[in-house]
Design a protein around this ligand. Sequence first.
Ligand code: SF4
Length: 493
Amino acid sequence: MIKYININHEKYGYDVLALFQSFYPQYSWQLVFPGCREQILQEAEKIGFFVKLNFEEGDNAPVRVLFTEDGEEITYPGGLGADIKEGFGNWLYDELKKRTGKGLPWGTLNGVRPTKLAYGRLCEGESDEEILGYYLNERRTSPEKAALALEIAKRERDILKNIDLTNGYSLYIGIPFCPTTCLYCSFTSYPIARFRKEADGYIDALIKELEATAEIMEGKAPETIYIGGGTPTTLDEGQLNRLLGKLEELFDLKKLSEFTVEAGRADSITGEKLEVLKAHNVSRISINPQTFNQETLDFIGRKASVQELLDIWPVAREIGFDNINMDIILGLPGEYIPEVEKTIEMVKELKPDSLTVHSLAIKRASRLSQWIAENGKEALKSSDEVMKIAMDGAKSLGLLPYYLYRQKNMSGNLENIGFAKPGKYGIYNILIMEELQNIVACGAGCVSKRVFYNNGHIEKIERCEDVKEVPLYCEKIDEMIERKKELFKRSQQ
Ligand code: SF4
């Protein structure tokens, strides 16, 4: 059911929307502000508003909030803090907590990187007490999430102590092909059966972009390489060999701390492909079940079977991979406590070196979004209890939380957490999430990031994107290269 929020100040719309979405996840929410499309205005007028927010002129000014369904009107007096966003956000959070009788684990934090604040404050020399106090009082997080954010930030700082954040860089390479498209997917992904012919042309264009990147970054050596997608192992052995060989030819890999290939789906992996990865010194791979319940895999269109994963896992170990990550997703359709318990039992048997626990995110561009429109959001279940099963499982394997991020519309309003054995952390994962180092990303749909430092402090971050569509990427490759040159050749301004 859709609920409308009337707000006269578009600037604060996203934060207000995020709070209502989190406190009332059973509804879909739509903001209505002056100047928005006539059609939305008419629909909202017809159905009526759930709440109306009227910001008076000026920062720190009062805000009147009218809950139209029960007629209650409350007023934020203003002047609760220098920043109306934080002051008003905390006030609205407290009011919604009273109305619903529940709090939110992450409080008013609605961004992707809730640990970034702790990391920054640690680097500024704040004490544990100060950081925890900030999370609890200024951001309304639960004590557990505040402690988790601090624990992860400390571990990240330790893991990154030998990484050159200001002068080094990481290289990301995207392979946008998959065996089939999963129900929840919103990544750039083309089913390989239909795009097998295009794959060679894609690699040609990708190699051209990598050659240009090697020139742009001349004199510097990548510290981590991550090949993701899509599913890189949908490429055949010859294509993988060609791509990896080219990387060795173009880049100085002596400083490399980590070389990851996301093998991903078991239905794309063969012993021969793993041998190719090993021969090219790939140090970390990911083999992702997402769930060990075959029924769910069938339902979500992830054709890789549980058996295929169980078959390829010992092969990867025999070939010598001693750093294998596994991804699982909580909150998949039809899954709750017993199904997650079963998945965690299987994880414990296979003993991955790292485990990434995702909470299902509902992306507008995915087929899952359509499924929810037909079945209702209540059909998806996820909770702290389910996350606890996964966290306990990771702990029993000796895996420690080392990075965390959130996405919009996450099931159960939870988070994604990466756990790993000491020494088997995914360094690239931290760098991309905390936005601490330049990332040069090559391939369709990839986003490069330049982090501008000034006297050891991050001044700004700028991005450039490669187009998503494979044919367009191949056609416009020279333009993609120019964008990269412009971003990474430019001296600081
Ligand atoms: S394997 Fe990953 S990238 Fe490929 S379709 Fe499934 S979710 Fe998308």
